[in-house]
Write a protein that binds this ligand. Structure first.
Ligand SMILES: *Cc1c(COP(=O)(O)O)cnc(C)c1O
Length: 415
């Protein structure tokens, strides 16, 4: 069970909405910091050191990224813009993981310039990099375990996923990279998304640790870090439990001691690149009820739409909803909570039991701090909302303004 708590009240939001009209996302700095610290503490045993490279795509806002830098995280980037955000924050190269796929040469070039850890998605990219830019001294390779690993709903079955090297390619890849001058090696896999079972990550660790040993035996090369990827899930539903990172950590520690150490692979640094679990639970999409509609169903129409939060429409994902000021009222209405897109999947909830609502009520959609605002789009001429930061001292800061019609027209050539 996970209590769905809101770290602000209706009065604060009413006041905020005078300055920043709804809808907006608001992020809770105290919660983000607490989560970052708990993650770091869970892995404090790792001999070479543990680091989470926050997946920038989850919440690409430099104000939040700066908080994560203070908490000791690096950044996992996969595009030019994400690299530019890390550069803007003066992130050292060691703290940037460039995990991309189908990558243009300019993006590899930028990553190499920044001294980032280049995480290769394909065997051919080794020679591609060598031919175009020179292979960096440090490279990481992304492993796709194929049928060794079961699937997961969001990311799909590994065999059908476009990412990563096969096992044979990994071994050959380290040999080839060494021939072309690489001297430091990392191993990576990312095979789950929004996974709530802690054992899943331990199993990924086992696969990667054993592969690192195989690489050592077959090539004589030792990896200096192993990146377990992101994908730690969050309890979007109140009846779900958060992943116990201590349990993940304990499982990995045992494997470290029984698989890596006896093979002489110690110290090895352990990395992850979680986005969702770091900021997801600490973001809230605040929206106002615009209309109530009764037809074959009972509809609550919001001033937010799928452009602000795509997950329910795209994945049928559950996001908890609270009505501010009505937290203690009985959930007597069965409603569809909708946005205003001309798409019938523009619904935040279907057949959800909620308290009776009126136009003007303030609604909070939970767990929008990752893959929320960042997945937004402009379909139907919808403009992306503002992002606010609820700071540790209780003050609120605008960290991204809402788009305007001017932004919408800015890319048109009207001459
Ligand atoms: C999306 C992604 C992540 C982050 O996933 P979360 O679910 O936000 O933890 C990490 N690494 C890679 C390669 C990704 O594509």
């Amino acid at each position: 069970m996970t209590e769905k708590h809101v770290p602000f009240d209706r009065d604060l939001v009413e006041r905020l909405s005078e300055q920043y009209p709804t809808p907006f996302h608001i992020y809770d700095e105290a919660g983000i910091r607490a989560t970052a610290r708990a993650m770091k503490a869970a892995f404090d045993w790792v001999p070479g050191g543990f680091k989470n490279y926050f997946a920038v795509k989850a919440l690409p806002n430099p104000s939040v990224m700066a908080i994560l830098t203070e908490e000791g995280m690096g950044f996992d980037c996969s595009s030019l813009a994400e690299l530019a955000l890390a550069e803007y924050l003066k992130t050292p190269g060691d703290d940037i993981m460039f995990t991309s796929n189908d990558t243009p040469v300019e993006e590899f070039a930028r990553a190499v310039d920044l001294g980032a850890i280049v995480n290769l998605d394909d065997y051919r990219h080794i020679d591609f990099l060598h031919d175009h830019l020179g292979l960096p001294v440090r490279v990481c390779m992304r492993y796709n375990p194929g049928s060794l690993k079961g699937g997961n709903v969001i990311i799909g079955k590994p065999e059908e996923a476009k990412y990563g090297f096969t096992r044979e390619q990994i071994v050959a890849g380290y040999r080839r990279a060494q021939e072309l001058g690489a001297r430091e090696f990392g191993l990576h896999a990312m095979v789950a998304s929004n996974e709530l079972n802690p054992d899943y990550f331990v199993e990924t660790g086992k696969i990667l640790f054993e592969l690192a040993v195989e690489v050592l035996e077959k090539t004589g090369l030792r990896v200096s870090f192993i990146n377990l990827g992101g994908g730690v899930g969050i309890p979007y539903r109140p009846d779900q439990d958060a992943v116990d990172l201590r349990r993940v950590s304990e499982g990995l520690r045992e494997l470290y001691d029984t698989v890596l150490k006896p093979a002489g692979l110690d110290p090895v640094r352990i990395f992850m690149e979680n986005g969702r679990v770091v900021t997801g639970p600490h973001g809230y999409l605040v929206s106002r009820v615009r209309h109530i509609k009764e037809t074959y169903k009972h509809y609550v129409g919001l001033d937010a739409s799928m452009a602000n939060l795509m997950r329910p429409g795209v994945y049928g994902a559950y996001h908890h909803i609270s009505v501010l000021g009505k937290e203690n009222e009985p959930a007597t209405e069965t409603c569809d909570v909708t946005g205003s897109l001309c798409e019938n999947n523009d619904k935040f909830a279907i057949d959800r039991q909620l308290p009776r609502m009126e136009p003007g009520d303030l609604v909070v959609i939970h767990d929008t701090g990752a893959h929320g605002h960042s997945m937004g789009f402009n379909y139907n001429g919808k403009l992306r909302s503002a992002e606010l930061l609820l700071r540790v001292d209780g003050s609120v800061r605008l960290i991204r303004r809402a788009e305007t019609l001017h932004d919408y027209f800015a890319t048109l050539d009207l001459a």
